[in-house]
Design a protein around this ligand. Structure first.
Ligand code: BMA
Length: 309
């Protein structure tokens, strides 16, 4: 099966644009998750002062969204007045464990990009804790269950700028505060679309063939970075061990809304919802809007195994 036919784009793409939020200049790289009888989301909204902010949204069907026009900062509390949402906040991911939703995002303080974490049960009130990881790191996703008795993340150390490198690392914690045992998972390849950097995308999906990780892989063209999506299967007990990983990309920026925007040629996978035998992917397009694509879970796994490095 050819790569572009595994994930089928929703014909109404893009599903969310800056028109959906009054002060937005763009809205992209966002997190959505089933919640109650519908869906909730934390959205990255770049506002007209070019501040990157987080906004809450709700949807009945996951396609038509109501997004709060106000940034969510005043709904977030913490036990320490020094902890708060940084003025520049972006690229959230949401993981559910038990009845709690864990939101990880790039909390860009004066010290540089760090990984922030807050929790909620109702998407009305949020409690923020210490940053999970020190600067510079702008990409992190929490596994949906403990692995060998510990909380586990995938993360990607970065620099303070447009990071021309990117390896995916694994780390664990007994308490969601202290993180260590960092293991290398995967990094750029020698040739092809993932030669500059890689970074974790949506929350990994547990399957009998391993943890399914959808990730972004970046190539540097003579006109700048191009972001693609690939997939990997990670060992269920030792997720730093890659069982197979795509040689061929699974999505490339080919549509006008993926090619043209604030940053051209970007596919940034950030959420995946499993609906029966189908994965519904949400991805940021050209740092400008949000789109959806769907694939059969078994076809994604087969593609990764049969088109592997
Ligand atoms: C990364 C992040 C993403 C963005 C991407 C492409 O470093 O800033 O939010 O989508 O660059 O511009």
């Amino acid at each position: 099966m050819a790569n572009e036919t595994v994930f089928k784009r929703y014909k109404g793409n893009p599903i969310i644009t800056a028109k959906d939020v009054p002060r937005a200049t763009s809205i992209h790289n966002s997190a959505v998750i089933p919640f109650g009888k519908g869906y909730a989301g934390i959205f990255r909204v770049d506002e007209i002062d070019l501040n990157f902010t987080l906004h809450i949204g709700f949807s009945k069907d996951g396609i038509k969204w109501e997004i709060d026009p106000e940034r969510m900062d005043n709904k977030v509390t913490s036990d320490d007045p020094e902890i708060g949402i940084a003025p520049q906040s972006y690229d959230p991911r949401i993981t559910k464990m038990g009845d709690t939703y864990y939101i990880l995002w790039c909390n860009m303080g004066s010290e540089g990009p760090c990984i922030g974490m807050m929790t909620t049960k109702d998407f009305k009130n949020f409690k923020q804790g210490e940053n999970l990881l020190p600067p510079a790191n702008r990409n992190c996703v929490l596994f949906p269950k403990k692995i060998n008795g510990k909380y586990a993340i995938l993360h990607r150390p970065s620099d303070r700028g447009h990071t021309p490198f990117g390896d995916i690392l694994y780390a664990v914690s007994p308490d969601l505060t202290h993180w260590g045992c960092h293991r290398f998972v995967m990094g750029p390849t020698k040739i092809g679309w993932q030669t500059t950097k890689t970074g974790p995308g949506p929350v990994p999906i547990e399957t009998k063939d391993g943890w399914l990780l959808l990730y972004h892989g970046v190539w540097t063209s003579c006109n700048g970075y191009i972001y693609y999506m690939g997939g990997a299967l990670l060992d269920l007990d030792k997720p730093w061990k890659v069982l197979s990983r795509t040689r061929d990309y699974m999505l490339a920026p080919t549509e006008p809304y993926e090619r043209i925007g604030d940053v051209p040629n970007i596919i940034f996978p950030s959420s995946a919802v499993v609906l029966g035998d189908t994965i519904r992917l949400y991805y940021g397009c050209a740092d400008t809007c949000i789109s959806m694509a769907e694939a059969k879970l078994d076809q994604v796994i087969r593609f990764i195994k049969t088109h592997s490095l």
